[in-house]
Design a protein around this ligand. Structure first.
Ligand SMILES: Nc1ncnc2c1ncn2[C@@H]1O[C@H](COP(=O)(O)OP(=O)(O)OP(=O)(O)O)[C@@H](O)[C@H]1O
Ligand SMILES: [Mg+2]
Length: 281
């Protein structure tokens, strides 16, 4: 879909609310274009107190982050247009009809037999490979222009048809090639240890978050306590996790940032061997 201009976006018709977060709301809208109507997700950015400058800064930050990813990866939500108005600044992205990964985890990918107490994978390995490949592809595209996402979590991954899309670039930052001190960004358990410690961090801070997300999807979709124990080294992944996935998560979650792979390096680890972009579309 091509970029929609402001006059076309003025006709956007509210359909339903898709989400609500710290910076505003996300609605499904229908937009009438010369080629017919299309659905889009409209994120309205609101800043407490509504200072115009802060609003413009927030929109610029989110736009830069989104563009850094979607210009070179099919696994990031595509930008469809923007509008600036008194009621808030809006950003329009492709609508992911499958909703967020968080909602999928809530519903469950596979059903546990009710009597079974044996832990089993909650998401098939092939799906975990696809998820990891897609997110790393989008992160690599961001990294190519010096950007990190800094808020990888299930709420910010969307499902569109058979694709996983990286979304919500409100925390993205231009870190450049070398680690730098940049303030704490992200969401509690997914944040890399060097960020908590106030140290300089680099583009591979996102890999730590991805490792936590994969452990969550694989075995503990509803147990943040188990994830915290894993992060603190007090718990191991259960035996149902295949060796290559276990090694992959361990590499991503390496507490020493200097040893942790970058998104590009992570794509070359054995867990993703043989996975091609076409398989993830
Ligand atoms: N393009 C989209 N298609 C479908 N659903 C979407 C789309 N964009 C957002 N959503 C839904 O809205 C929710 C919130 O969106 P998003 O993460 O972009 O905003 P946010 O969390 O409010 O932002 P922030 O983290 O900056 O406060 C998502 O978790 C998802 O459920
Ligand atoms: Mg979000």
């Amino acid at each position: 879909m091509s970029f929609l201009d402001a006059t076309v976006l003025q006709s956007a018709r509210f359909v339903k609310e898709l989400g609500r977060g710290a910076f505003g709301s996300v609605d499904l809208v229908e937009v009438a274009t010369p080629d017919g109507s299309v659905y889009a997700a409209r994120k309205t950015l609101l800043v407490k107190g509504g200072a115009k400058r802060q609003l413009t800064d927030a929109l610029t930050r989110e736009l830069r982050g989104t563009f850094s990813a979607c210009r070179a990866s099919p696994f990031a939500t595509s930008l469809l247009g923007i509008s600036i108005g008194a009621a808030g600044h809006c950003m329009y992205t492709e609508f992911a009809e499958g909703g967020s990964l968080r909602a999928h985890l809530k519903r469950g990918f596979v059903r546990l037999p009710s009597a079974s107490e044996v832990p089993q994978l909650q998401m098939p390995v092939s799906e975990l490979q696809k998820l990891a490949f897609s997110l790393l592809h989008a992160l690599s595209a961001m990294n190519d222009v010096g950007y990190a996402h800094l808020d990888i979590k299930p709420d910010n991954v969307l499902v569109a048809g058979s694709k996983y899309l990286l979304a919500d670039f409100g925390n993205a930052a231009e870190l450049g090639p070398n680690p730098k001190v940049h303030g704490l960004r992200g969401s509690s358990i997914y944040i890399a240890p060097e960020q908590w410690e106030g140290q300089a961090y680099g583009l591979n801070a996102d890999c730590f978050s991805l490792g936590v997300l994969l452990a969550q999807c694989a075995v503990w979709p509803h147990s943040p306590a188990a994830l915290v124990q894993l992060i603190q080294g007090q718990r191991a992944l259960p035996g149902c996790v295949p060796e290559e996935l276990r090694d992959f998560i361990a590499a991503l979650m390496h507490t020493d940032a200097a040893t942790r792979p970058s998104p590009k390096e992570a794509m070359k680890l054995p867990f993703l061997a043989g996975i091609r972009m076409e398989d993830c579309l």
